[in-house]
Design a protein around this ligand. Structure first.
Ligand SMILES: [Zn+2]
Length: 126
């Protein structure tokens, strides 16, 4: 892969990272370098609310937590991919060490494997 292509993917990754950070900071509170904890509303007064309201609130909180976890996972993948630029391993399959197909990287610049190893188990991130 030449420098122009590498720059192209790096810029795409940095753009997505910044966008994800903004969303994560909105939904959660930073709990680590690549971790966010769900935000708890301070104006939530459970004692004053009736049972239905409490039900709605916790359901909403659960959805937020699921969204937060998904965003966090995606964020960790982006950061993981960006780190590879420092070690010159960007675009290399983590399973076979072969170059990842361009169209796969175009669809997902944070891809960790080539198409042949799409379903191979990889170490968890974060
Ligand atoms: Zn591979």
């Amino acid at each position: 892969m030449d420098t122009t292509q590498l720059e192209h993917y790096k810029r795409a990754l940095e753009k997505e990272r910044d966008m994800l950070e903004t969303q994560l900071d909105k939904l959660g509170v930073r709990a680590g370098e690549e971790e966010w904890a769900p935000k708890v509303a301070d104006d939530m007064d459970i004692s004053a609310a009736d049972e239905n309201e409490v039900g709605d609130l916790s359901e909403e909180t659960q959805i937020d937590e699921i969204v937060l976890e998904e965003l966090e996972t995606r964020y960790q993948h982006i950061v993981h991919a960006l780190k590879k630029f420092d070690t010159n391993t960007y675009g290399i399959c983590e399973v076979s060490g072969k170059p990842i197909e361009e169209d796969r990287l175009e669809a997902n610049p944070a891809a960790r494997t080539c198409k042949a190893h799409i379903n191979d188990p990889l170490p968890e991130l974060g």
